[in-house]
Design a protein around this ligand. Structure first.
Ligand code: HEC
Ligand code: HEC
Length: 436
């Protein structure tokens, strides 16, 4: 019928019609081609998720209203001196940097930290912790400055005490301290070694000091923490290859543009945000939700006592002598929402720990809160089999990952390696850190 009608047309109109048909066919196929070129590696939902994992998504470092010198650069430089000063210890040999080594991502590569004695947990990285609402594996501190005061008195870490530290400040750092925090109290008649934590002799000496004097010393102690926090606060992650990859993927909307990832890395990322659901807990620009999960990690051999994780961590945070709501905090009660509304009990807190950031993770073996897993292969084996928790219930389900899937996830984790960023000179010991 169509052919018959075509035959009856004049030759020129037959040619014109054929031209239209050919043009239509051409338009249709090129259009198809364009549609296929528009296809991307990631769906629009995935692209939103990928963007949320980049450092850019984090924005500025949040304020710390509990520390009025948090953003004071003089306090930060003072904090750097203190961070590297081994005289802040009972033996004169341990500083924060003994365990948090600047050249090792502020960690020590050991299963558990070693100061004046051996601890029972693994040293955590420091970069990015100004963004963490809770500090320590069990979140028993609610600010960086409160956190810093823990190891200083801990008998197996720095092992020193409050009157010793106040004296060190008075002798070595008086001008610097007073320019930031105001006058130091007089220390004349105070015992040389006294503090509420530690051995009974020092605790008894502390108890004999009148309350108002104790308060003055504790204020100096709190200020040591605040200066150290001002320093730590400025140590952050700089973009890694992952951030550059996402930026390039979001900028280009075609599959034909070259990928900054190898096929394995890309497959690993797809598993991480998909089938393996790592992103349920390792999310946001730091790849940590900052909250607490029981993932069935075995009890550490470093301690005989069962470690209940967040169950005891939250109680310690609520009772913290230097918490956001304490007398040593600069915050108003309204500023301390995290602490005031913290979940204080529940079966989900048992042996729940904070997921550390996964940035730079490939360079930080061994893994988990007491270095229980020596390599990333062991970590992936753990997530693949999801063992029963020694206490409480693990949130994990077995993923049954194949060997190549595990390799791909590890390849992807390698793309999270990047440099740290901080003001000039902050990523190493200060040039002359023993004199004022
Ligand atoms: C003996 C080794 C050692 C020393 C010394 C030490 N730390 Fe730590 N640090 C650790 C360990 C171990 C943890 C985890 C402890 C826990 O959760 O129970 C930790 C945790 C931290 C965290 C928490 C990070 C996070 O994501 O929650 C910060 C911050 C930190 N330390 C800073 C410091 C500062 C500041 C000093 C010096 C005042 C210091 N540390 C001294 C071993 C040490
Ligand atoms: C239910 C929450 C959750 C899920 C899902 C999850 N993690 Fe974790 N991750 C954690 C917690 C909590 C820790 C710390 C546990 C501990 O120390 O006991 C952790 C620790 C890690 C560590 C060790 C980091 C370090 O510095 O010690 C790596 C690596 C890791 N996770 C990778 C992954 C990968 C890969 C996946 C997906 C296969 C995944 N995680 C899924 C919560 C989770």
């Amino acid at each position: 019928m169509f052919i018959f009608a075509l035959m009856r047309l004049k030759p020129w109109s037959r040619a014109a019609l054929l031209g239209v048909v050919v043009a239509l066919i051409l338009m249709f196929t090129t259009n198809l081609h364009a549609v296929s070129r528009k296809r991307t590696r990631w769906s629009s939902k995935e692209r939103v998720l990928l963007r949320s994992l980049t450092l850019k998504s984090l924005g500025a470092i949040p304020r710390d209203p509990s520390n009025r010198v948090a953003d004071d650069s003089t306090a930060a430089s003072f904090g750097q001196l203190l961070f590297f000063d081994a005289r802040l210890s009972s033996t004169g040999t341990v500083s924060c940097a003994t365990c948090h080594m600047a050249e090792k991502n502020f960690q020590d590569g050991r299963p558990v930290g070693r100061g004046v004695g051996e601890g029972s947990r693994r040293t955590m990285p420091i970069a990015g912790t100004s963004r963490s609402p809770w500090l320590f594996w069990d979140g028993r501190a609610d600010s960086q400055w409160e956190q810093a005061l823990g190891p200083l008195e801990n008998p197996v870490e720095h092992g020193g005490d409050r009157t010793q530290y106040a004296r060190l400040i008075a002798v070595e750092y008086r001008t610097r301290y007073e320019s930031i925090f105001g006058r130091l109290p007089s220390l004349g008649t105070l015992p040389f070694r006294a503090g509420p934590v530690g051995d009974t002799v020092r605790a008894a000496a502390w108890a004999r000091i009148p309350g108002a004097r104790r308060d003055e010393i504790s204020r100096v102690y709190a200020n040591i923490g605040k200066a150290i926090a001002a320093y730590e606060r400025r140590i952050d992650f700089a973009p890694a290859r992952f951030d550059r990859y996402v930026e390039a993927e979001l900028a280009s909307d075609t599959l034909s543009s070259p990928s900054l990832f190898t096929p394995d890395e890309e497959a690993g990322l797809r598993l991480f945000i998909g089938k393996a659901s790592c992103v349920n807990c390792h999310n946001g620009g730091l790849f940590s939700d900052g909250h607490f999960h029981n993932t069935g990690v075995a009890q550490s051999r470093a301690t005989a006592l069962p470690d209940s994780g967040r169950t005891s961590g939250v109680l310690k945070a609520l009772a913290g002598e230097f918490s956001c709501t304490s007398r040593y905090s600069d915050a108003t009660a309204q500023d301390c929402a995290e602490l005031r509304f913290a979940v204080a009990e529940g079966p989900e807190l048992v042996r729940a720990y904070k997921p550390p950031s996964l940035r730079n993770v490939v360079d930080r073996a061994p893994y988990m809160h007491a270095g229980q897993l020596a390599t990333l292969d062991r970590v992936l084996e753990h997530y693949s089999s999801a063992p029963r928790a020694p206490l409480g219930r693990s949130e994990l389900k077995p993923l049954h990952l194949s060997w190549s899937e595990r390799r791909q996830i590890i390849a992807f984790l390698g793309t999270l390696t990047g440099p740290l960023t901080a003001p000039p000179g902050f990523l190493a010991a200060p040039a002359n850190h023993t004199v004022e």
